[in-house]
Design a protein around this ligand. Structure first.
Ligand code: 3HC
Length: 293
C-alpha cells in the first residue's frame, strides 16, 4: 500500500474541492480535477484562478509561480480521467448514495493499490468503505474551509484501515504543509464535534432575540478570540453543511446541544445557505465574499 503519491485526483470542485486542488497543486503534485459537467469543471477552474490571482494582486505570489501551479492541474468532466491517479480525494455533496456511486465507479478505474480518500465532514467513513471493493484502501482526509489557509487535516480511519495507509496519509498532509490529526470514525470526528455544538448554540442564542447578530459575532471574535464570529463562520461553512453535521451528531449522541436549531432548519429550507447563495445570516455581494448587510 506504500505507493508513492505523485498524481492526485479530486472529484467535486465546489468550495472545498477547489480549495483542495489548490493545496495539492501548490505543494507540487500533479492534479486531475473532475466534476460532473464541463460547466462545473470550468467553475472549478474559475475558483482556482481567482484564488491565485487574488494572491498575486496582494503581492503574496509571483505571477510565474501562479502559472506553474495552474499548469499542474488538468480539469475534466469524466471520472475515467483519474485512471493514473495514486490517490483520489472525493469532495462531492454529502449524500451517501452519490459518494457510493462515485467510489464504486472509481473502484473500476484506478489501480488496485491506489488510495481512495473522502473529504466528508459528516458521513460515516466506515459505511463509505464498506460499499467499496477494497475497503482497506479507503480513508478520510478532512480539510477545513478555506482549505488553502487552515492548517488542520483530520485523517479518519475505520476498522478496515491499516496503519501503513494512515501513516502514508499523515505524511502526505505534512508534505502539504498541514497538521494531521488521526481520529477513528465517530460522528463529527474531532473538530466538528467541538465546533458544531458551539455554532448551534450561537444560532439558538441569536434566535432568542436578546442580542444582535453583530454583537453576537463580536462576542465570539473579540471575547473568545476566534478568527471570526459564529454567525459569520456559519455563513462561510454553509448552513446546509452545519445542519447535516448537527443531524449526524444528534442522531449518534442525542446530545441536545447538537440538535439543529429551528432557525437553522428554516434557513436551509429557504435556501439561505450563507456566502455560497449570497444570503445567510448576512447578505453578500454576488461576485465575492464582501458583506452587503
Ligand atoms: N482561499 C484562499 N485563501 C484565502 C481564502 C480562500 N477562500 N480566504 C482567505 N484567504 C487568505 C487570504 O488571501 C489571506 O492570505 P495572506 O495572509 O497570505 O494575505 C489570509 O487567508 C487571511 O485572509 P484575510 O486577510 O482576507 O481575512 P482574515 O484574516 O479575516 O482571514 C479566514 C480569513 C482565513 C477565513 C479567517 O477568518 C479564519 O480562519 N476564519 C475561521 C475559519 C474556520 O474556522 N474554518 C473552519 C470551518 S469548519 C470546516 O470547514 C469543517 C467542515 O466540515 C464544516
Amino acid at each position: 500500500m506504500a505507493r508513492d503519491i505523485k498524481i492526485v485526483g479530486v472529484v467535486g470542485l465546489g468550495t472545498m474541492g477547489a480549495g483542495i486542488v489548490e493545496v495539492f497543486a501548490k505543494a507540487g503534485l500533479q492534479v486531475v480535477a473532475v466534476d460532473g459537467t464541463p460547466e462545473l469543471a470550468d467553475r472549478g477552474r474559475g475558483f482556482l484562478t481567482r484564488s491565485l490571482d487574488r494572491a498575486v494582486s496582494r503581492g503574496k505570489l509571483e505571477a510565474a509561480t501562479r502559472d506553474e501551479i495552474v499548469g499542474r492541474v488538468t480539469f475534466a468532466d469524466q471520472l475515467t480521467r483519474l485512471s493514473g491517479a495514486d490517490l483520489v480525494i472525493e469532495a462531492v455533496p454529502e449524500r451517501m448514495e452519490i459518494k457510493n456511486d462515485i467510489f464504486a465507479t472509481l473502484d473500476g478505474i484506478i489501480a488496485e493499490d491506489a488510495i481512495l480518500a473522502s473529504n466528508t465532514s459528516s458521513l460515516s467513513l466506515t459505511e463509505i468503505a464498506a460499499h467499496t471493493r477494497h475497503p482497506s484502501r479507503v480513508i478520510g482526509m478532512h480539510f477545513f474551509n478555506p482549505a488553502p489557509v487552515l492548517a488542520l487535516v483530520e485523517v479518519i480511519t475505520t476498522l478496515f484501515t491499516d496503519d501503513e495507509l494512515s501513516g502514508a496519509i499523515r505524511s502526505l498532509a505534512e508534505r502539504l504543509g498541514k497538521q494531521p490529526v488521526v481520529v477513528s470514525d465517530r460522528a463529527g470526528f474531532v473538530a466538528n464535534a467541538l465546533l458544531i455544538t458551539y455554532l448551534a448554540r450561537a444560532i439558538r442564542t441569536y434566535e432568542t432575540g436578546h442580542v444582535s447578530r453583530e454583537d453576537l459575532d463580536n462576542a465570539g471574535k473579540l471575547g473568545i478570540g476566534l478568527p471570526m464570529g459564529p454567525l459569520t463562520l456559519c455563513d462561510l461553512i454553509g448552513l446546509d453543511v452545519i445542519k447535516e453535521v448537527c443531524d449526524v451528531l444528534y442522531n449518534a449522541t442525542h446530545d441536545p446541544a447538537a440538535a439543529p436549531p429551528a432557525l437553522l432548519t428554516q434557513m436551509v429550507i429557504a435556501g439561505r445557505l450563507g456566502r455560497k447563495t449570497g444570503r445567510g445570516f448576512y447578505t453578500y455581494e454576488k461576485s465575492g465574499s464582501g458583506v452587503v448587510t
